[in-house]
Write a protein that binds this ligand. Structure first.
Ligand code: CA
Ligand code: CA
Length: 120
C-alpha cells in the first residue's frame, strides 16, 4: 500500500503489483515508468490522485477508462480547479489512451505543464 498524506505527495509506481495508492489531500502525483493499464486494476486502487508523470521512462504509458479517471481523481483537482480532470506529465506522444467517447486528452491550457484528461 502506498498512502500519501495531507501534503503534496509523489508516489512512485514501478509495476502494477500495488494494491492501493491513496493520494489523500494535496496535489499528488503518481509516477509511472512502465505500461500501466488501469482498466485491469480495481477502481478502488487509486484515489485522491491529481496527476500522473510518465516522463521517467520511454516505456511509460497509461491506459485508462472513464471509471478509472473518476475513481483516481476523487472529485475536484486542485491543479485544474475542475472535477475529475487528471493531468498527465511527460511521456511519449500517444502514451496515454483513454477509453470512452466523452473524454479526451487536451493540451494544457493552464499552468500545470502537462496534458489534461478531461470531459469533452
Ligand atoms: Ca497528499
Ligand atoms: Ca490528492
Amino acid at each position: 500500500m502506498l498512502r500519501g498524506k495531507t501534503g503534496d505527495d509523489r508516489i512512485f509506481m514501478g509495476d502494477d503489483s500495488f494494491v492501493l495508492a491513496e493520494g489523500g489531500d494535496g496535489t499528488d502525483t503518481v509516477a509511472v515508468d512502465f505500461a500501466l493499464d488501469l482498466t485491469n486494476v480495481s477502481d478502488d486502487a487509486l484515489s485522491g490522485i491529481e496527476s500522473f508523470d510518465l516522463g521517467g521512462n520511454s516505456a511509460a504509458a497509461m491506459t485508462l477508462g472513464v471509471d478509472d479517471v473518476l475513481a483516481a481523481t476523487s472529485g475536484k483537482n486542485a491543479l485544474t480547479e475542475t472535477e475529475n480532470t487528471p493531468v498527465n506529465r511527460g511521456g511519449e506522444e500517444g502514451a496515454v489512451k483513454v477509453f470512452g467517447e466523452e473524454w479526451e486528452i487536451s493540451s494544457d491550457q493552464i499552468d500545470t505543464d502537462g496534458d489534461l484528461i478531461e470531459e469533452s
